[in-house]
Design a protein around this ligand. Structure first.
Ligand code: UGC
Ligand code: NI
Length: 164
């Protein structure tokens, strides 16, 4: 079985796959509301493609996984981005691959968040379905609803084990 080591999530390392939603690396921030609020501006873009596409907000309540995590499939959303923001500072595990039609296990990358980070998968980026860690975790999710198929699943050619 192939082993993949999860690395700490950083904006630069995740750039080929999407955006990191956090204040520390925010490229643009400015005070609003007469100075009582700091706006960390445009941390991620919401992509909504295809017929009657609309953006929706949901909550995903994920059951926790324990390391080593065994992967068997990946998925992508060709018609829209998908972002996950933990609602109570939960860490979670990300496994991604570039937005290409054919990828191999060597293309997989694993990241672990620090509890103060969310992520936005760009449309078409392969990712593993939500992998909560430590405890049952709630995530605010912004993604695309509308007609057409927006979820392709792909079995991995071999099982992959993710370790810390
Ligand atoms: N299926 C679904 O809505 N969830 C996945 O897209 C996921 O990334 O967890
Ligand atoms: Ni998804």
């Amino acid at each position: 079985m192939r082993t993949l080591t999860a690395k700490p999530l950083t904006r630069d390392a995740f750039e080929p796959f999407g955006d990191v939603i956090e204040t520390t690396s925010a490229p643009e921030r400015f005070p609003i509301n007469n100075g009582s609020t700091m706006r960390y501006h445009a941390l991620a873009g919401v992509e909504l493609k295809g017929d009657d596409a609309r953006g929706i907000v949901s909550i995903f309540r994920g059951q926790p996984f324990a390391f080593p995590v065994t992967l068997q499939l990946m998925e992508r959303h060709p018609l829209g981005s998908q972002c996950f923001v933990p609602m109570r500072g939960e860490r979670f595990l990300l496994v991604v691959a570039p937005p290409v039609d054919v990828f191999g296990v060597d293309d997989l990358r694993a990241f672990i968040t620090n509890g103060s980070q969310g992520v936005n998968y760009r449309a078409g980026v392969w990712h593993h379905p939500l992998l909560s860690l430590d405890r049952v975790s709630d995530f605010l999710v912004v993604d695309r609803a509308g007609s057409g198929n927006n979820c392709d699943e792909r079995e991995l050619p071999e099982k992959v084990r993710v370790v810390m």
